[in-house]
Design a protein around this ligand. Structure first.
Ligand SMILES: Cc1cc2nc3c(=O)[nH]c(=O)nc-3n(C[C@H](O)[C@H](O)[C@H](O)COP(=O)(O)OP(=O)(O)OC[C@H]3O[C@@H](n4cnc5c(N)ncnc54)[C@H](O)[C@@H]3O)c2cc1C
Length: 598
């Protein structure tokens, strides 16, 4: 079959749908379509990797050292001219980034859904309507084999709370250091018993996490895919170690009908094992076709890259690399947002032993010794091994501007964690659980949308040029001021309360970093993010020239092609993306099924 012939290709097609990428975007859609008896091919660049370190929640820092499944990008923190880069991990494996993430789960705010509904004129996005998509995710497990089992109370995304895994065990509530810390916190903000039902006000809470209540293991789209394959073995094919290099689009009809791909492990340059890739200079391009649709779910950088390589994007950029233009869509790779995250770190005078009597070498760069391995095979949700090490969190709105809901989430962890950057796990290893507390300031409501993703060659295995451009745009100074406000708030809790008796010193920003200018410099130096998004913006494709997809994820000007992942968000979703992306993709799966039935 000629590679670009849709007419002949579709005659050979055995699949209804081809989905590229198996994170919360792609796997959610692939599994939903297979459960509805469509024949689905899910293609994933990374391997099928199942191991004790991906299964056991407390090993999440270790997972980011595993080169087989974690790609390391090097985006510019600001612009290319500024030249400062950061090492930025992404999952490249079956399960996407859900296989390596920190498992914090948060619902978006109701008004965020209403904003999408208003911007796209699609009332199915409104909070009232989208709510029904929470159900298959977190409540009724409609695909569970045994209808009587307790497991049916949980949907495919299993959620538990840090209360079960960490803080509320008797040992911890009796811990004097933690008790004093919670006292200092509760004098500032009230306790929120159910943050996923009500995240609209400043409060502290015990963090929900994507960990199964039944097994204490990580819950992710890896396991979701495996479960649905077991139930619908003839409906869901999964090809791992398979890299899609281009979407096949008929030039005349502008209809997407298949993909070109290369088989092989570690083909992409962001993979630390790419230098070992055996087919680098000698690969064979193959093609596979679908009768109905192609769905791109490669995440915030690889999705716009694949569109651009396939002739969809800014015409000038594509022509620079001699790529035939199928659809001039200047919004592809624009509108990039990322959170502004920042560490606040104190060293304590003593090791308060928050997690109880565990072997600290089990985590954070320590050796996975035999006692850890034995323990983690008999995990229970109460077990420390089922924890992501977050003690508790605060939702907070900073001065000077009070948003109508909190702008930031502050995560308290007994670690020395300076952010996802090169070697953080190794550098933190000597200070495993114990004498440090890090508060991760996650400034979530970032409005700055000046970041970009652009191919820098026509080679599909090259990483694109990524400029995050933190703090640029009209709200930049306000964002910095608000983070300063959060740092001063944390000083109140740690240094200006009775808790100060336990503090040895403030390591970051450091006690002498006090003036607005010094704090601002600190923020510009230490900022990082790990939720970059919004690079294929959803919108009113008729009237907004920068909208890439419509409210159903359909790409403007190309038939039978959708994007469904974190890249279609208009602004940063909620405080953490896994749950919002999955809910959104349950909705898009419904759109796809509805169209197929008409
Ligand atoms: C270290 C880390 C910690 C995080 N912690 C949290 C957290 O605690 N809570 C939370 O909610 N979120 C967290 N996140 C973010 C969250 O996991 C991601 O935002 C989310 O997974 C994005 O979903 P996605 O489907 O858009 O993309 P991804 O999950 O990135 O999946 C995309 C997949 O597509 C594949 N792919 C891409 N291009 C191709 C191609 N051409 N051919 C074949 N396959 C391709 C990739 O290999 C990848 O597996 C974290 C992320 C990281 C990296």
């Amino acid at each position: 079959v000629p590679l670009n012939s849709c007419t002949t290709g579709k005659l050979t097609a055995i699949y209804d749908y081809i989905i590229i990428g198996s994170g919360p975007g792609g796997a959610t859609i692939a599994t939903r379509l297979a459960l509805n008896d469509y024949k689905v091919l899910l293609i994933e660049a990374g391997p099928d990797y199942d191991d004790i370190i991906t299964e056991t929640p407390v090993f999440w820092p270790e997972v980011q050292l595993e080169p087989q499944i974690t790609a390391q990008f090097n985006p510019y923190l600001y612009s290319k001219e500024d030249n400062r880069t950061i090492q930025y991990p992404r999952g490249i494996a079956l399960g996407g980034s859900t296989l390596i993430n920190a498992m914090i789960i948060m619902t978006p705010n109701p008004s965020e859904w209403d904003d999408i509904a208003n911007a796209t004129n699609d009332t199915n996005w409104s909070y009232e309507n989208i709510k029904s998509n929470y159900q298959p995710l977190v409540e009724n497990c409609e695909y569970c084999a045994n209808n009587d089992s307790d497991a049916n109370k949980n949907g495919w995304l299993n959620i538990s709370r840090s209360t079960t895994g960490f803080v509320e065990s008797p040992l911890l509530t009796k811990n004097p250091v933690l008790t004093e810390l919670l006292k200092a916190v509760s004098s500032e903000v009230p306790y929120n018993p159910d943050v996923d039902k009500n995240n609209t006000y400043d409060s502290y809470y015990f963090t929900p996490k994507s960990v199964s209540q039944d097994t204490g293991h990580r819950s992710d789209t890896y396991r979701r895919t495996k479960d649905v394959q077991a139930i619908k073995p003839t409906k869901l094919d999964v090809w791992t170690n398979t890299f899609v290099t281009k979407i096949i689009i008929d030039n005349g009809t502008k209809e997407a009908c298949g993909v070109e791909y290369v088989i092989g492990a570690f083909l992409y340059k962001a993979s630390p094992l790419e230098p070992l890739n055996p087919v680098k200079n000698d690969f064979v391009k193959l093609s596979v076709f679908a009768k109905r649709e192609i769905i791109v779910s490669g995440g915030q950088w690889m999705s716009p890259q694949l569109l651009q390589l396939s002739g969809i994007g800014n015409k000038t950029l594509l022509e620079k690399f001699n790529i035939g233009v199928i659809q001039d869509l200047p919004g592809v790779g624009q509108n990039q947002h990322d959170r502004n995250e920042m560490p606040y770190i104190v060293k304590l005078k003593v090791n308060p032993n928050f997690p109880g009597p565990i072997d600290p070498t089990c985590i954070l760069g320590g050796i996975l010794n035999s006692s850890c391995l034995i323990n983690s095979t008999i995990n229970t949700p109460e077990d420390f091994l089922s924890s992501n090490a977050i003690l508790f969190s605060i939702l907070r709105s900073a001065a000077p501007i009070k948003a109508n809901f909190p702008d930031s989430a502050l995560y308290f962890a007994p670690l020395k964690f300076t952010g996802f950057r090169k070697n953080w796990v190794i550098k933190a290893a000597p200070y495993t659980i114990g004498p440090y507390i890090t508060v991760i300031i996650n400034y979530a409501r970032v409005k700055n949308n000046l970041g970009t993703v652009e191919i820098k060659s026509a080679n599909p295995f090259d990483t694109p040029l990524i400029q995050l451009r933190h703090f640029e745009g009209p709200d930049g100074q306000t964002e910095v001021n608000q983070i300063i406000d959060h740092i001063r708030f944390l000083r109140k809790i740690f240094i200006q309360s009775n808790f100060s008796q336990y503090v040895d010193f403030e390591e970051l920003p450091g006690k002498d970093v006090r003036s607005k200018k010094d704090l601002s410099d600190y923020i510009h130096r230490e900022v990082w993010g790990h939720h970059a998004c919004c690079t294929n913006k959803m919108g009113d494709t008729e009237n907004d020239p920068l909208a890439v997809v419509n409210s159903k994820g359909q790409v403007k000007g190309v038939k039978n092609l959708r994007v469904a992942d974190i890249s279609i968000w208009r602004e940063m979703p909620g405080y953490f993306p896994f749950l919002p992306v999955s809910i959104a993709c349950e909705k898009i799966a419904n759109d796809i099924i509805q169209l197929a039935r008409t």
